[in-house]
Design a protein around this ligand. Sequence first.
Ligand SMILES: Cc1cc2nc3c(=O)[nH]c(=O)nc-3n(C[C@H](O)[C@H](O)[C@H](O)COP(=O)(O)OP(=O)(O)OC[C@H]3O[C@@H](n4cnc5c(N)ncnc54)[C@H](O)[C@@H]3O)c2cc1C
Length: 414
Amino acid sequence: MAQPPTVLVVGAGVVGLAVAALLARGRCADRLRVLVLDARPLPRWRAEDFDPRVYALSRASQQLLEQVGVWQRVALARAAPYRRMRVWEGSDAFAPSSIDFDSADIGEPDLGTIVEDSLLRTALGEALAAAPQAHLQVGAEIESVTAHEREVVVELRSGGSVRGTVLLAADGSDSAVRRLVDLPVTGHRYEQTAIVTHIASSASHQDTAWQRFLPGGPLALLPLADGRCSIVWSLPTAEAERLLAASDAEFLGELNAASAGAIGELTACSKRVGFPLQALHALRYTAPRVALLGDAAHTVHPLAGQGMNLGLLDAAAIAAVIEDALLAGEDVGDLKVLRRYERDRKGDNLAMLAVFDGLNRLFGLPASVAPLRSLGLRAVEATRPVKRLLMEKALGLTAGRTNRLRWSRAESQA
Ligand SMILES: Cc1cc2nc3c(=O)[nH]c(=O)nc-3n(C[C@H](O)[C@H](O)[C@H](O)COP(=O)(O)OP(=O)(O)OC[C@H]3O[C@@H](n4cnc5c(N)ncnc54)[C@H](O)[C@@H]3O)c2cc1C
C-alpha cells in the first residue's frame, strides 16, 4: 500500500506547531503524517515562572487555537484578555488627540488576549503528542534541503536525513530553509532594539493595552493576568543597549518618564531582554516542495503586536490548501498547489508590513510635524467607522481565509 504523504515542518515555534496541529487534528488527519523538526527542545511552561515573551493574540488566532483544541488549556492556565487600547503621542495619555479603542464599540468581549510563548508552545506540543500521526524531533538542526521530483530531502547537522512530500518552513526571521532553497528577501534593519520586561505599577492597568509613540520608537504596556504589565519598548539600538545594561532603578526612572504616569508609578521590573528589530519580506513564499510561513516569510515591527497573528493566518491558509489538495487527489508538494497559499497570504502580509513600517517612520519624524500627526490621531478618534475598521482588522475579523476555512470544515463535518 502507498505511504501517506509526509508534511515536514521545520521550526517548532508557535507558527510551526500550529500548522502541524491543524494538519494532524484536521479533516485529513488520517491521510497524512506530520514531522516537526527543531534545533532546540520545546520550553515547558510552569505557573511559577513568567515568560518575558508574550503575544497579543487576535480573535482569529484564538479561533485557530480553539480549532486545534488548545485554547481552553491556555485560557485556564494563564491568559489576560484586554478590553481597551489607548494610543497617544504627547505627555498626556488622555489628551483629546489620544485614541481610545473599546471592544464594546464593536460588540466584542475583548480586543485580544495576552499569552506567554512558553504556554502556547507547551499546549501545542501536548496537542501534537496526542495525535498518533504527528511526531516532534528536537535537536534537529537542518543542514541542507533538496527538492526532487516526488519528495524533499532534509539533511540534519547531527547526521542522518528525513524525507517528506512537502516542507513547511516556520524557522523564524533568520530562516535557514529560505537561504538553502534560495528564496530572496527584501527589507531593512530598523536600527532599533525592543526591550521586553514585566513591570509592576502603583495604579491598575484597567485591562487596557497602552501604547505611546515616542520619537525613538513606541512603548507598549500590555496587561498581564497578575496585575503587572509586559512592556515592549522600541528604542534606537545604542539607547536600548545602555538601558539593558543600566541598574533597575535607572531603567525604571527612564521608563517612568516614557510611560508618563499612564498607569501610575512603575515600581519594579523583571529581567530585561533585547530584540533587534527588522522588516523583512520574502519576494516569493514558495519553491518546489517548499513553502515559507510566519517570520520566515515576513517579519514586521512589533508596534502593532501582529507578527504572530499574521503567522497564524499563514498556518491556517497553508493547512487549508494542503487539505483541499489531498481531498482532490493532488500532489501536496506541487508548486502550483503551494502557490495557492502564496496568492492567498502575500498581499495581506505585505500590506500589513507597509502599514507598520509607515507608522514607525511617521512617529519617528521630527517634532515640527507633531501638530499634523496630532490632527491625524484626532481624526481617527472622531471617526467611528475608521476606528471600527481598525479594531476589526486588528482582531483578524476581516481576514478571509480563516473564516472560509471554518465554513468549509463545518460543512464537511455536517
Ligand atoms: C519584542 C517583540 C514583541 C512581539 N510581540 C508580538 C505580539 O504581541 N503579537 C504578535 O502577534 N506578534 C508579536 N511579535 C512577533 C512574533 O514574536 C513573531 O512574529 C513570532 O514569534 C514568529 O513565530 P515563528 O513561529 O514564525 O518563528 P519563531 O518564533 O522565531 O520560531 C522559529 C523556530 O524555528 C527554530 N529554528 C530556527 N532555525 C532552525 C534550523 N536551522 N533548524 C531547525 N530549527 C530551527 C527555532 O528554534 C524556533 O523554535 C513580537 C516580536 C518581538 C520581537
